[in-house]
Design a protein around this ligand. Sequence first.
Ligand SMILES: NC(=O)C1=CN([C@@H]2O[C@H](COP(=O)(O)OP(=O)(O)OC[C@H]3O[C@@H](n4cnc5c(N)ncnc54)[C@H](O)[C@@H]3O)[C@@H](O)[C@H]2O)C=CC1
Ligand SMILES: CCCCCC(=O)/C=C/[C@H]1C=CC(=O)[C@@H]1CCCCCCC(=O)O
Length: 273
Amino acid sequence: MTAQWEAKNKNCLITGAASGLGAAYAEALLKEGAKKVAVVDIDENTGQNFVAKLNETYKNAAIFVKCDVSKESEIENCFKTVVKEFGRVDVLINNAGIMSDLETTWRLATDINYQGLVSFTLKAVKHMRKDEGGAGGVIVNISSTAGLSKVNTFPIYCGSKAAVRYFTQSLAMPPFFEDTGIRVMALCPGATATKLVENLDKKVVDMKNSKMMEELFGNVHIQSVESTVAVMHKMLKDGNNGSIWLSNKDQPPYELTSHIDKFFTDVEELVSP
Ligand SMILES: NC(=O)C1=CN([C@@H]2O[C@H](COP(=O)(O)OP(=O)(O)OC[C@H]3O[C@@H](n4cnc5c(N)ncnc54)[C@H](O)[C@@H]3O)[C@@H](O)[C@H]2O)C=CC1
Ligand SMILES: CCCCCC(=O)/C=C/[C@H]1C=CC(=O)[C@@H]1CCCCCCC(=O)O
């Protein structure tokens, strides 16, 4: 069903793609033959420079669209712009995300990590769905190992990433793929070497206790960006609708779907009406 998927000739939209993991997904897709990539980000300067660099190698294949994914009106304009420029969007990677569990920023962080992702997903589903004249497609939502674990110092980030995973699996339930021809999947990276993992002590709830901070962040394996790009490549190529993938500690792609489905089966027995 999905074995033939390839990046060649695909039009892609990636949020938070001016830098970090999003930029690496953009470059990898172009390298694999994607036709167009829309680099969507709040950071115009970095985004424009990155797109100029991409276009030196991949002639006019990249465009930059400024968008704050916490703002509905900007998402609407952005999606319309990309559809107008490309004609069709085949791949959406909902990657924009921040970790900021502070009293003053948690609401914004939740808007970026979850609400913005939901909004882009709904627009892409409407655009891509085969039963309403679309061409089908792939949507990858970026969760985290934080969406699979309990961490008391960044509970809001964990909650937003778990919400991404639940949203993705719920949306994907049959007959979603049969109706739409869209695969919607989630990727859960562990700590990866980007700006996001810098100064983590300033992004979490209460790290006054330096011993606790040392215990939490002291011996963490920070994996390479390339390891996560490899998992993205694998799931785009072979991942089934509704599948959940782990990219952790520089290990090869690992599919988590059966583990999570087991949890669902156990709990659903208790909660079913
Ligand atoms: N680096 C890590 O250890 C992990 C990262 N992730 C997730 O991967 C995704 C990418 O993270 P990184 O590349 O590591 O982060 P990063 O901080 O290096 O890059 C994030 C990008 O998102 C953009 N961005 C921030 N707020 C935005 C907004 N309101 N609207 C549009 N763009 C915005 C930034 O300008 C930046 O280009 C995030 O969703 C993050 O939660 C998940 C697990 C681990
Ligand atoms: C227990 C906290 C370890 C913190 C590790 C770190 O450096 C931060 C990584 C996070 C930054 C963005 C993410 O999405 C990463 C998720 C870390 C989740 C940690 C889950 C730990 C566990 O397996 O219990």
